[in-house]
Ligand binder design. Structure first.
Ligand code: ADP
Length: 588
């Protein structure tokens, strides 16, 4: 057989063994080319049958295999093993090399195992053993699952160690990555659970057709009261939910997969067993839990307790509607008051008119008798007629006051506004009070020139109705005379308040007296109709208490005002403010 194998080769060529190395593959080719005579195995022809057999088995096998043979542990390996040696660094030098020299980097680990097998010990089995080796020019992390078992030689003694192995690096790596991912996932899950547990929104997971509580966070427990929930179907855990339609809703969501969104839904919950149910308003969503295979396994309940907001909003709405009602009531009351006022003014106007007709008739007849139309009259009769005439005039004055006032109340006064020279008005009015002034020896002074322009004294003009301004001045002058004792003094003057304390286009006229004055707490009241402060004066000097009310209304009706300052016992100053007509041609 040896002779046959050596046939056809040049003499001295020791690379025999084509028989056992015959066939395809890198390792067979390398084995054929290798000069085995340089190794402890010697030329292939001289190899024992057992070695030739095992080498052939190794080279034929698709499973990674490796052989250490003989005392020097000379190495042979197959194509399946070859990738484990890396792209560079070990292969192909490892072929035919001595084991100890080849595996210096891991000899400490594998040396004793080989020794155990070579000395007749039991075979070894290592699963996913970590054995970093140098390959591809660096130390690589490599894991192996392998066994070492003995191979007998032709004599039955142990000739070598066969390694059947599988490099499991990629699987181990994948498993490690998976473990890391699972760990990260666990962390993420734990974090999610914390978030879920502490979320301000309430959350609960209800599983299955009976809606068994699987999870509920702190907010959910707070909402329903701290009772047993987990593991219980909702009918047992929250019996009050049944009659409020929530279970039907859950059934629907689970059956159809359609989410339910509730806004401000009223829920009655009994948070402790012995208390009456509490009302809560909830914004919430019921959402089906869908498994990977598309089936619906439960419902997530998620939402907020909005009771406080709803209650607060309802309170605001209630207050708003109350204030709206109050506003309407006030409007009705005001309309009724206006109506009543109008009716009263109407009545007074009619009455005044009815009174004036007979009063005018009295005056007419008095004059006829006085003129002697109905025959001669005695002196005593003449005197009586004069008294009747005075009384009639007084009464007519009162009735006219009332009529004026009611006209104003009814808003029926018309103003003929023009640029009016105030000095003219005062000059016209003054003679009407002169008899009283003379009677009480009251001095009067009129100062109506522009202050500081003594030599020119241009007329002071205002926008006013001439007659009505006259009525105001007459009233103020009569009052000044009425309420100033004999020997007193009355001054009519004009100011513009050039100090800037008032707009320059307003003129102020004062009627000041040195009379009895008005108590401070009555300064507002005197402008009210029918208010008279010094009743004994009023009795002796007449009046209705309407003069100031009318005068102020007239002043305001012309865009001005009437005000008073007074010190009791020293005198009073009434001020008429009116828009000033700076030049005669000015238009308002
Ligand atoms: P009448 O003069 O008809 O009483 P008025 O409305 O003109 O009504 O005045 C109301 C009241 O104001 C007077 O009764 C009086 O008490 C008080 N009053 C008005 N002018 C003066 C004044 N110059 N000095 C003091 N009191 C005055």
């Amino acid at each position: 057989m040896k002779a046959r194998e050596a046939e056809g080769r040049p003499p001295g060529d020791t690379r025999v063994g084509d028989g056992i190395f015959a066939g395809p593959g890198e390792m067979r080719a390398l084995c054929r080319a290798f000069d085995w005579s340089t190794t402890a195995l010697g030329p292939v022809d001289a190899w024992p049958l057992s070695l030739r057999t095992i080498v052939r088995v190794i080279l034929d096998s698709p499973t990674p295999m490796f052989l250490w043979w003989g005392d020097e542990l000379t190495q042979v390996y197959n194509d399946a093993y070859r990738p484990s040696l890396g792209a560079s660094g070990r292969h192909p030098q490892a072929l035919g090399m001595r084991g100890r020299e080849c595996w210096t980097d891991i000899w400490e680990a594998i040396g004793p195992q080989i020794e155990q097998v070579m000395s007749g010990g039991p075979p070894t089995w290592h699963e996913d053993q970590y054995l970093p080796i140098e390959r591809n020019g660096r130390l690589e992390d490599v894991w192996w699952t392998y066994s070492y078992s003995a191979v007998r030689d032709d004599d039955g003694a142990i000739g070598g160690t066969l390694v059947v192995c599988q490099e499991t690096t990629s699987r181990v790596r994948a498993e490690r990555e998976r473990a890391q991912l699972l760990h990260a996932l666990d962390l993420e899950r734990a974090r999610l659970a914390t978030v879920f547990q502490q979320a301000p929104a309430f959350l609960a997971v209800l599983r299955g057709e009976n809606h068994v509580f699987e999870l509920a966070n702190d907010s959910y427990f707070k909402l329903v009261g701290h009772r047993k929930l987990i593991g219980l179907p909702i009918t047992e855990a929250l019996p009050e939910a049944r009659d409020q339609g929530f279970i039907a809703l859950l059934d629907h969501v689970l059956a159809t997969g359609e989410a339910f969104v509730g806004r401000e839904v009223l829920v009655r919950l009994t948070s402790t067993t012995d208390e009456a149910p509490e009302e809560h308003f909830l914004d919430f969503v019921y959402q089906a839990l869908v498994e990977a295979d598309g089936t619906r396994s439960g419902v997530v309940a998620h939402g907020y307790d909005v009771t406080e907001q709803v209650v607060a909003r309802r309170e605001v709405e209630r207050l708003l509607s109350e204030s709206e009602r109050a506003r309407k009531d006030a409007e009705h009351a005001r309309a009724a008051a206006v109506q009543a006022d109008l009716a009263k003014s109407q009545f007074l106007a009619n009455m005044s008119h009815e009174l004036r007709t007979p009063l005018n008739a009295i005056q007419g007849y008095v004059q006829l008798i006085d003129l002697g139309i109905h025959g001669p009259i005695t002196n005593a009769q003449k005197e009586s007629l004069a008294r009747i005439d005075r009384a009639q005039r007084h009464l007519l004055g009162l009735v006219n006051d009332v009529l004026n006032f009611t006209r104003m109340g009814a808003g029926r006064v018309e103003y003929d506004v023009q640029a009016v020279d105030v000095a003219d008005v005062v000059t016209d009015v003054l003679p009407l009070v002169e008899p009283q002034l003379a009677q009480k020896q009251i001095g009067v002074e009129v100062r109506l020139s522009t202050p500081g322009a003594a030599d020119v004294e241009p007329p002071v003009r205002v926008w006013a109705d001439y007659e009505k301004l006259g009525q105001i001045f007459l009233n103020l002058l009569s009052n000044a005379v009425k309420f100033t004792p004999s020997g007193g003094r009355v001054v009519v003057s004009f100011t513009t308040r050039a100090d800037g304390s008032a707009p320059p286009d307003v003129a102020y006229f004062q009627v000041a007296d040195t009379g009895i004055g008005i108590p401070r707490d009555r300064l507002d009241a005197i402008f009210e109709p029918f208010v008279q402060v010094q009743t004994e004066y009023a009795r002796t000097s007449g009046g209705t208490g309407l003069g100031l009310a009318i005068s102020r209304d007239l002043a305001r009706g012309m865009g001005g005002d009437l005000r008073v300052r007074s010190v009791e016992g020293q005198g009073s100053t009434f001020t008429v403010a009116l828009p000033r007509a700076l030049r005669p041609g000015d238009k308002r």
